[in-house]
Design a protein around this ligand. Structure first.
Ligand code: ADE
Ligand code: ZN
Length: 339
């Protein structure tokens, strides 16, 4: 039987979490005070109560407002550190995090300040907790292509600190083909490529992410299930999907958790993983995502094992590093009589 304790103790990786989406209302207020920024809400509780979203865009409007409190190096460090501490508490062994440089550079904050301070917290988490992590810079779809290309050029200067390029923000109306040159430039520079697609957007967007952006991993991908040929392609290539159950519920991608497609994905042989997306906004970190979806879909321990194994396998770690983590997971599974 799957229990909260089992999920907590299980070694796992998280591959889809936005650093800015880990900004808890309490820290948001603290940073606003530190930086003399006035928020629209009187208290952290009031802000949390406003986290009711009808769509992805509803959420993004609040998410970008939250970004405005992040100014100094210490702010980005504190934000990242708070998240990595939580990740460690949840037995996350490895995490691949997104950040949105344009949400900061567009406010006059230097790219270097953002990357250096996030990377500093990542190094500290490796030293203190043995928690490994990678960082992915995302291109904001709603901004222009010049800004996207300039962001890639900046990212190239910080190649040692960044593993890949991602694509996020408003999906509908912004098909992946718009970012052909942007992704080509990033891939040529040696970055891995991932993209949010099929969260709200149609299966065509997923095809484009595969064929045009040449992604190594698909973020969300829920709507791929509407296209059988696409599912067959994703299965054949063993393309990993970073699925985010609580996000899908909060952003109305699904009406009820019992209708979440995760179990169908696994049964079809899709390489699905479980992730939190923007935990401060969606009511739970990675373990809450595992627990909620396990209960709603009656997942088996075998499903749980597959999800955790996929999380390591779909990471951008080396083969040796993956093996070390998967051996640890196998030991855990054996101790619990799963294998
Ligand atoms: N930025 C942060 N979270 C996002 C999501 N779920 N979809 C698109 N852009 C995002
Ligand atoms: Zn996301």
């Amino acid at each position: 039987m799957i229990t909260p304790e089992l999920i907590e103790q299980m070694p796992k990786a998280e591959l889809h979490v936005h650093v800015e989406g880990t900004l808890e209302p309490e820290l948001c207020f603290e940073l606003a005070k530190r930086n003399h920024i006035e928020l629209e809400f009187a208290t952290a509780e009031e802000l949390r109560e406003a986290y009711q979203f009808g769509s992805l865009q509803d959420f993004l409007d609040i998410y970008y407002q939250g970004c405005a409190v992040l100014i100094e190096e210490q702010d980005f460090y504190d934000l990242t550190w708070a998240h990595l501490e939580k990740a460690h508490q949840q037995n996350i062994r490895h995490t691949e995090m997104f950040f949105d440089p344009q949400a900061h550079t567009s406010r006059g904050i230097p790219f270097k300040r953002v990357v250096d301070s996030i990377a500093h917290a990542m190094t500290d988490a490796e030293t203190k907790f043995g928690l490994s992590s990678h960082l992915i810079f995302c291109i904001l779809r709603h901004m222009d292509i010049e800004s996207a290309l300039a962001t890639v050029d900046e990212a190239i200067k910080f190649k040692d600190q960044l593993i890949g390029i991602g694509l996020d923000s408003s999906e509908n109306g912004f098909p992946p083909n718009l970012y052909t040159e942007v992704f080509e430039r990033a891939r040529d520079a040696g970055f891995k490529a991932v993209a949010h697609a099929g969260e709200e957007g149609p299966p065509d967007y997923v095809w484009e992410a595969l064929d045009i952006l040449k992604i190594d991993r698909l973020d969300h991908g829920n709507r791929s299930l509407e296209d059988e040929k696409l599912v067959a392609r994703l299965v054949e290539e063993q393309m990993a999907l970073t699925v985010c159950p609580l996000s899908n519920l909060k952003l109305r991608v699904v009406d009820e958790m019992t209708e979440h497609p995760l179990k169908i994905m696994l049964d079809k042989g899709l390489k699905a993983t479980v992730n939190s997306d923007d935990p401060a906004y969606f009511g739970g970190h990675v373990n809450a995502n595992y627990l909620t979806v396990s209960e709603a879909l009656n997942l088996s321990v075998n499903d749980l094992y597959t999800l955790a194994r996929n999380s390591f396998d779909a990471s951008f770690l080396s083969a040796d590093e993956k093996k070390t983590y998967i051996d640890e997971l196998d030991n855990f599974a054996q101790e619990n009589g799963w294998k």
